[in-house]
Design a binder for this molecule. Structure first.
Ligand code: HMG
Ligand code: MG
Length: 305
């Protein structure tokens, strides 16, 4: 049995990856309240929104307003996803603490998502890296469709490795492997994490799991066993990817926190408070969200009447 870490870092991505794919549009104030509640539940990292084309993702059209209005807690890193230099400038103007860039391992998905070839996206990311460096903030390089593409199917590991190397060379502080359509299985996750770690021994890895096919938690555990200590998750499991047909939400944060804390791995998140946020989020989203612990309770079967 591999040695597991004593603590891991969770980035709550619900306000971005979750809300971007909900059909209903959320008012700026609701987003601000969600971010405030997540901060109170103890997250040290929250992806608060994305600076993207409002034509591409209308749900994120008010991200500048969200960044202006949200209360900022001491010790919390507020991340903004940006696809290009335009977005990076807006995010920096909005006082984002950190940027997340995104490029897909498969050409077709990148074209649909970013309207650019992979090479063109890397050029944009180079510009983002320059802006982040000038602003003195770090950035993470996300590789989408790392475990499978809805258009191209299997994605060769070496294709992902090469992209991770390019992102590292451009200055990414972290490289995140995105299972955009929840196609990965635990053996595949372990294998890809290992080859990426071998190729980038000094770059921390993050797993960004979606739970489309129910493998999300198992994939988190597989990455954990390979030494990954940074994970993305979305409160209630809301969300998906608008350019990935069939993609469901990220693995539910409260389920990840429950699993890890029960295993004796600290997350810094207050689980009862998070469960309350998940239930509140379900209320504002207005549909049943897939997270399990918000329904089952976290201490005993009688916790929730
Ligand atoms: P484009 O249409 O090719 O853009 O879209 P353009 O460069 O030709 O510009 C067109 C217009 O958009 C111009 O305005 C630009 O100023 C404006 P106009 O002259 O027509 O008035 N524009 C912008 N506006 C706001 N923010 C910007 C921006 N950039 C240009 N950043 C573009 C290209 C990249 C902008 C577009 O395709 C886009 O915004 N894509 C983002 C799509 C997206 O957000 N997808 C979901 C996030 S990624 C994800 O979910 C995966 C992840 O979770 C990991 C995983 O699951 O694997 C991270
Ligand atoms: Mg995602």
């Amino acid at each position: 049995m591999a040695t597991l870490p004593e603590r891991v870092t969770i980035t709550e991505v619900g306000p971005r990856d979750g809300l971007q794919n909900e059909e209903q549009y959320f008012e700026t104030q609701q987003k601000v309240e969600l971010i405030a509640r997540l901060g109170e539940a103890g997250f040290s990292r929250i992806e608060a929104g994305s600076f993207v084309s409002p034509k591409a993702i209308p749900q994120m059209r008010d991200t500048a307003g969200v960044f202006a209005a949200m209360p900022r807690r001491e010790g919390v890193t507020y991340v903004a996803l940006v696809p290009n230099a335009f977005g990076a400038r807006s995010a920096i103007a909005g006082r984002a603490d950190e940027l997340a860039t995104v490029v897909s391992a498969s050409e077709t998905h990148n074209k649909r998502n970013i309207n650019r070839s992979v090479e063109e996206s890397l050029q944009e990311i180079e510009a983002v890296a320059g802006l982040a460096s000038d602003a003195g903030i770090p950035w993470a390089g996300y590789v989408s469709t790392a475990f499978g593409c809805p258009y191209e199917g299997d994605v060769p590991e070496q294709q992902v490795v090469r992209l991770c190397q390019r992102l590292r060379d451009l200055g990414a502080g972290v490289v995140a492997l995105g299972d955009t359509i929840g196609a990965g299985n635990p053996r595949q996750v372990a294998s890809l994490v290992r080859v990426v770690q071998d190729a980038l021994p000094d770059t921390p890895l993050r797993l960004h799991a979606h739970d489309t096919r129910g493998t999300g938690l198992a994939n988190v555990f597989a990455a954990l066993q390979e030494g990954v200590e940074s994970f993305d998750a979305s409160v209630g499991g809301m969300g998906g990817c608008p350019y990935a047909p069939g993609a469901a939400g990220n693995v539910a944060t409260e389920d990840v926190v429950y699993m890890l804390e029960e295993m004796g791995i600290a997350t810094g998140v207050d689980l009862p408070a998070l469960v309350e946020v998940a239930r509140w989020t379900e209320g504002i989203v207005g549909r049943k969200l897939p997270g399990r612990v918000k329904d089952a309770g976290f201490t005993s079967a009688t916790e929730r009447e």
